[in-house]
Structure formats: C-alpha cells, structure tokens
Write a protein that binds this ligand. Structure first.
Ligand code: ZN
Ligand code: ZN
Length: 234
C-alpha cells in the first residue's frame, strides 16, 4: 500500500534501456537513430550491406559458398550502437529490447512477400539457458510472431556445447557448429513448411546454415532467415 502511494506520488520515469535517458522506453530516439541500419544495396542472399563500388548484388562469400537457407535479411550493423543493443539484451537481461528488434525485423521483411508458416528461433545450449535465464532469439521470435500473426515453434535444440565462435575464422566456425543442432522429436512436424528462422547476429552464417540444414532434412520446404544485426566476415 505504501509502495502504491509512493508510486502514485512519484511515478518512476521511463528510461531508455541503452543510454538511461529518461522520458522514453524501451529505446530513446537518439539511440534508435544511432543504429547503422542496412540500407542501399545488400547481398541478395545473406543480406549484408554491400560496398557501393561493388558491381554485383551478391557478396564474395555467397558467390563461393553454398547455403541451406533461401535468403537472409538483417536490420542493422553489429557495431557501435547495434552491438550495444544486442549486448544489453543478451548479457544485461534487458528483454524489453526483443520488442524493439522484432519491430525492426517486421519492418525489414514487410515488403518481401515471404510465405511463412512458422517462426523458429535458433536455440542456445541448455547450460547457457540456465545461466542466462532466457534465449534472446526465442524472445525476439515470440515478439515477431505476435506482430506477424504467425506461430512460434521452439523445435530446434542445441545438442552439443560448442566453442564460442567470435574468435574463430570463417572455416573454423562452420566446422565448430557442425552437428550442434537437431530437431526435437516431439516437434517433428515441420514437413513442407516454410520457416522463418530467427537469430540475433549473422556473421558468417554458419549457425543459421547449420540450423537450416537440420530443418530441411526434417522436411522443411523453405527456410528464410532474419537476424537483428550482421557482423563483419572474418
Ligand atoms: Zn537512449
Ligand atoms: Zn552474401
């Protein structure tokens, strides 16, 4: 009761989850404007920003690589404010940021005309889930599901605990993540479905590619990927 009266007299001010500025939440306009949004020409396969001087609409990695997913989309660069936003969500538990990211994702894929049956988040290992308390990709997927009016199916599981990917080079990343995922038996119902796979960051695409591989071998028809941010290739 006392707390209620106190809150009535001194309502707690909304704060930006990133910079702490009062007046707006979850993210203030200044922080939103500081994100390096992907714009102009992006690779038509992996969704990364392409240098203006680049003549083709596909990046060198996608020319030489072969991937199991149809196409990936992303919202902003994994640098500066973008990196901060992801870190606040993942490591500081500011789960309200999932709502902001889902909003950007919805906007990003709005005009792509994707035929989606179900949204699937990239899973994290059970041990990590116990420590962190949540899977950021699942949080984003749930918010996106509400916006797109699509079901969210947590059908993938991470069956092996892999090394952290950030200090590995491109080929090491693909090797490291191989065999790390499987489709849960209880969810073996993605046959002929078009799936929208959700992750927070796309760097080399090794993680979403491995997930796409197991989804396709379980019978998925098409797999599209949307991530919040794209990192630079290693
Ligand atoms: Zn802010
Ligand atoms: Zn590409």
């Amino acid at each position: 009761m006392i707390k209620y009266l106190f809150n009535l007299l001194y309502p707690s001010k909304a704060k930006c989850s990133i910079c702490g500025r009062t007046g707006s939440e979850p993210v203030c306009n200044v922080c939103m404007a500081s994100l390096d949004y992907l714009q102009g020409i992006t690779c038509f396969h992996c969704g990364k920003q392409l240098n203006e001087k680049y003549k083709h609409n596909i990046c060198p990695d996608c020319i030489t690589g072969s991937f199991y997913y149809e196409r990936a989309y992303s919202c902003f660069e994994y640098s500066g404010m973008g990196k901060k936003l992801i870190h606040k969500l993942k490591y500081e538990g500011k789960v309200q940021l999932a709502h902001v990211i889902a909003g950007l994702m919805a906007k990003r894929i709005e005009n792509e005309g994707l035929q989606i049956d179900v949204i699937v988040p990239v899973p994290i290992h059970e041990k990590k889930l116990t420590v962190r308390g949540f899977n950021q990709s699942y949080m984003i997927a749930s918010e996106l599901g509400e916006r797109l009016h699509k079901p969210v199916t947590d059908c993938l599981e991470r069956i092996t605990e892999t090394k952290e990917q950030y200090n590995l080079d491109r080929s090491q990343r693909f090797l490291n993540i191989r065999g790390a995922f499987s489709v849960k038996l209880s969810y073996n119902n993605c046959k002929y479905m078009n799936i929208l796979l959700i992750d927070d960051v796309y760097t080399t695409g090794s993680t979403v590619n491995e997930c796409s591989k197991v989804l396709k071998s379980a019978g998925a028809d098409r797999v599209y990927v949307v991530t919040a941010a794209t990192g630079s290739n290693t």
